[in-house]
Write a protein that binds this ligand. Structure first.
Ligand code: DQA
Length: 148
């Protein structure tokens, strides 16, 4: 059993209420529940966090360095601004999958650039909250491949 961190950036605490035509009606609690169920099915455990503060996300990545076998991260707006989150992820060796609920490439041009993509092993965008589950599946596949 490995530990996978699922990290969420700013405003995702409002998932379900926030621009539902873009982000859907599922809440972050719904996403957390589904991520936990899938991780258990795959024989892994998750630590699920959300913050509106950049430093907290960085601190969780540092914590992940010590204990986690992979990270699934939706950095939200920090995707497009945060060299600090990129730097933190660059200190983390195991798999990193970047998730966006919406298709950022279909939206404003400032959402087309991601600092995090410079580190991510894979990027999922536009698949709704299902992207988190696919991200966990991919991390689990990479964990199994690294162990074999
Ligand atoms: C997002 C896309 C970002 O551009 C935006 O700032 C978010 C959410 C997504 O999940 O689609 O807050 O990461």
């Amino acid at each position: 059993m490995s530990l996978i961190f699922v990290l969420n950036g700013p405003n995702l605490n409002l998932l379900g209420k926030r621009q539902p035509h873009i982000y859907g009606t599922e809440t972050l609690a719904d996403v957390e529940r589904d991520c936990r169920a899938l991780a258990a099915e795959l024989g892994h455990e998750i630590r699920f966090h959300q913050s509106n503060r950049e430093y907290e996300i960085i601190d969780w990545i540092h914590e992940a360095r010590e204990v986690a076998a992979g990270i699934v991260i939706n950095p939200a707006a920090f995707t497009h601004t945060s060299v600090a989150i990129l730097d933190a992820l660059n200190t983390f060796e195991p798999p990193v999958i970047e998730v966006h609920i919406s298709n950022v490439h279909k939206r404003e041009s400032f959402r087309h650039h991601s600092y995090v993509s410079l580190r991510a092993d894979g990027v999922i965008a536009g698949l709704g909250t299902q992207g988190y589950l696919l991200g966990i599946r991919r991390v689990a596949t990479l964990i199994a491949a690294a162990a074999s």
